[in-house]
Design a protein around this ligand. Structure first.
Ligand code: AR6
Length: 173
């Protein structure tokens, strides 16, 4: 099942893994990254120190410590410039690599935030379209690999834009 929910990803307890919109250091920051590190506690930062960062468009997995799920998958979204710098391919890669790692770990339920649309300035409607296209392509190539893929969206505007894209995509899922 694919769904869109308005909420705080650090409070989600019905998934095996949540995805973090991190930066290349993987050592925390603001936005959803800051919220995840604050809720997970020091153990998460200690494990992240061992990972040697992460390239844009790639993903790495850790435990979830004090969060109410089992794993955190950290991915680094692209900074939006003008759309001609490979942003869509990199954002697609964030979703694909996160789902690939999740599948390898046997994760069946996963929640994403809106990667890149905060500090990294990616226009929300473009990001929603790219996110859903990437998930749809992964499911097509890997049928039955997940029970639940959801987006947990923090603010009303992001939720309503994702919802509009979701309605357009719905019949295709
Ligand atoms: N739950 C769900 N979504 C959230 C939460 C939350 N608790 N808090 C914020 N968001 P951003 P980016 C939403 O800036 O654009 C960090 O400093 C937020 O409203 O967190 O990928 C990293 O360290 C927005 O819709 O991520 C990087 O340096 C979405 O999450 C940089 O920001 C993404 O906003 C990454 O920037």
């Amino acid at each position: 099942m694919i769904r869109i929910i308005k909420g705080d990803i650090t409070k989600i307890s019905d998934v095996d893994a949540i995805v973090n919109a991190a930066n290349v250091s993987l050592l925390g920051g603001g936005g959803v990254d800051g919220a995840i590190h604050a809720a997970a506690g020091k153990g998460l930062l200690n494990e992240c120190f061992l990972l040697n960062g992460c390239a844009v468009g790639q993903a790495k997995i850790t435990g979830a410590y004090d969060l109410p799920c089992e794993y955190v998958i950290h991915t680094v979204g692209p900074v939006w410039k003008d759309g001609t710098e490979g942003e869509a391919d990199l954002l697609t890669s964030c979703y694909k690599e996160s789902l690939k790692i999740a599948k390898e770990k046997g994760i069946r339920k996963i929640a994403f935030p809106s990667i890149s649309t905060g500090s990294y300035n990616y226009p929300i409607s473009y990001a929603a379209f790219t996110a859903m296209s990437a998930v749809k392509a992964f499911i097509k190539e890997n049928p039955d690999s997940f029970d639940l893929i959801e987006w947990i969206l923090y603010d009303d505007m992001t939720y309503s834009i994702y919802n509009a894209e979701y309605i357009k995509f719905n019949e295709g899922f």
